[in-house]
Design a protein around this ligand. Structure first.
Ligand SMILES: Nc1ncnc2c1ncn2[C@@H]1O[C@H](COP(=O)(O)OP(=O)(O)OP(=O)(O)O)[C@@H](O)[C@H]1O
Ligand SMILES: [Mg+2]
Length: 375
């Protein structure tokens, strides 16, 4: 798939305007704090996902630098080519909420766009995937599965709601012990939904691991081996079935009732899953160098892109925010040579880092003004 035109209105610091990208490599360049990442973010939001910078929707409409006034809305319009036809999507952000229009059909939410526009994004924030605790890794796996299977977003949403309800009940039970009887309703519900979540995550991680290993091998010129493994909170063993996972989780929830009431939350389950990341046999989080951690995240993202391409039968958009720094020449070259046959948006401060690239279009960003450099 590729973007033919992106228009933006009242979005972040970007002056109202549009870009007409090339269907190969697009470089967005300019000094710090000019609006390059904002432009990538505008494209990314069409995947229906949350801002990759963790921004709330209310932060997206433009704030006037002089008056400090918040614009009441932001609007993004995307003309794109996918599923062998031209399509159009509009994303409206108003009062901290999103709604969308797909090919003329009004939708109540922004997430209705999931599966329409597919993209993978690498940004410096994603280094936390390796550096921080399990929640980032769960979010990565879940986000990746959601793009392939939009129904998974629903399952996960229902699981999370059921989890909050069980947690709320656990707290109430300390005051109203009679409520203890009702907890099993939530045990049963959580076990069923949780088993689905675990099965999807395991299946996805196994596929990702294969692609990831090959890509990382390339990035490190065969010098290092990267391994990832799904590491569920519940001891399910390697090849569990849905039924087995459900039984294991249900038993765990029932066994844990007393300790969960004491703790005030549900102590075990897929909401505490992790994904193990190792480079050359060592934890990438604890022992990885800066360049290795960056390479690891990049390999994960490129592997995600390959799985997404297989699932939707066309390559997703690849958005790379400030990807080159901290990578040595060999790693940069590998990356740049693996971006063919897809539309790529890559930001940098200095055009010289993409010297060896066959760049299609260059967009210069200065104080929120985006101009197409046709030199
Ligand atoms: N809602 C908003 N309204 C107005 N300005 C905003 C809004 N949100 C962010 N900005 C401004 O946008 C500017 C540019 O942000 P952006 O992250 O896109 O810069 P960048 O070009 O990617 O810089 P860097 O090279 O440092 O990553 C920031 O200075 C920020 O103050
Ligand atoms: Mg930036």
């Amino acid at each position: 798939m590729y973007v033919k035109r992106l228009r933006f209105e009242n979005f972040r610091n970007l002056a109202d305007g549009e870009i007409l990208p090339y269907d190969g490599i697009n470089v967005i360049y300019g000094e710090n704090a000019q609006g390059k990442t904002n432009l990538l973010e505008a494209i990314w939001l069409f995947t229906g996902g949350h801002s990759f910078r963790g921004a709330k929707d209310g932060e997206l409409p433009r704030i006037d630098a002089e008056t400090g006034n918040n614009s009441s809305y932001a609007r993004l319009l995307l003309d794109f080519y996918s599923e062998e036809r031209e399509q159009e999507a509009i994303l409206n952000i108003q009062n901290g909420r999103r709604n969308s229009v797909i090919n003329g059909v009004q939708k109540k939410t922004g997430s209705a766009l999931i599966g329409k526009v597919c993209a993978v994004i690498f940004s410096p924030e994603h280094l936390l995937l390796v550096k921080e605790g399990p929640s980032k890794r769960r979010a990565f796996i879940d986000g990746a599965i959601c793009q392939i299977k939009p129904i998974y977003a629903k399952t996960l949403g229902i699981y999370n709601r059921a989890l909050s309800q069980r947690n709320a009940l656990l707290k109430e039970i300390t005051r109203f012990p009679d409520l203890t009887e009702t907890i099993d309703v939530w045990n049963v519900k959580l076990a069923r939904l949780g088993a689905e979540v675990m099965a999807e995550r395991r299946e996805y991680t196994e596929k990702l691991a294969k692609k990831n290993e090959i890509i990382y091998n390339g990035i490190s010129s065969g010098r290092e081996k990267m391994e990832i493994r799904y590491s569920p909170s519940l001891k399910t063993g390697e090849g569990f079935s849905l039924k087995e996972a459900e039984e294991i989780y249900l038993t765990e929830l029932r066994d844990n009732e007393k300790s969960d009431i004491k703790a005030g939350f549900t102590t075990a389950g897929p909401h505490r899953d992790d994904m193990e990341i190792k480079i050359s046999g060592m934890s990438a989080r604890m022992y990885g160098s800066q360049g290795q951690q960056r390479s690891a995240v990049l390999a994960l993202k490129l592997a995600e892109a390959e799985l997404l391409a297989e699932a939707v039968n066309e390559p997703p958009l690849v958005l790379l925010d400030d990807v080159m720094s901290e990578l040595d020449r060999g790693r940069q070259d590998y990356l740049l040579n693996h971006l063919e046959n897809r539309q790529v948006f890559i930001t940098c401060c200095d055009l010289s880092v993409v010297d060896s690239l066959n760049v299609g279009a260059k967009f210069y960003v200065e104080k929120g003004n985006v101009s197409h450099n046709t030199e």
